[in-house]
Design a protein around this ligand. Sequence first.
Ligand SMILES: [Zn+2]
Length: 211
Amino acid sequence: MFVFSGTFDKSEINQQTNEITFYYNQKIPIPTYLIAFACGDLEYGKISERCGIYTERGLLDKALYEFAETEKFLKTAEDYINPYIWEVYNILVLPFAFPYGGMENPCLTFVTPALLAGDRSLTNVIAHEIAHSWTGNLVTNKDWTNFWMNEGFTKFFERKIIEILYGEDISNLEAAVGRVNLEHAIKSIGHEHSFTSLNPDLTNVIIENLI
Ligand SMILES: [Zn+2]
């Protein structure tokens, strides 16, 4: 199966060669860093009418339990800001080699299987990626020196979703943990280093080294 950061249109099988062609649409203009695709022996399960999960075989039930609150996150975000315009919100659980928490590709968030904790304790990552459907994916920074505008507003929106659903104490706890992590990062990179400023100097810096 082939999946893409857009809405699925159709698939066609060439009877002679047995090759399958998948067609997807993305009608909303997006920057190139949000174009993503994956292929593999995938299973799909629905969470709601517009939300679902792709996993490799054997992981689907676990993922459906872990991310069962996805529609609730999406609805909360919509009620707070305005309607979700990307039509579908799917999650692709990547192989264990994927080292990042999540990537907010439109219509198809990529997540690490490390989020499958079994107790829904890491699903704030899904709230974060859903928040990117507005902050980041609809309105983004002009270039990576202004990345704080993308991630900063998304972090605010993520914590707002968590606060509305689970209360101010949980949201404040996440903010406190975030603050400790930020201080740790500033300490390890160096508070005088350009990378710990709001507008880092990225001249001749390869972006993958920053993520
Ligand atoms: Zn983010």
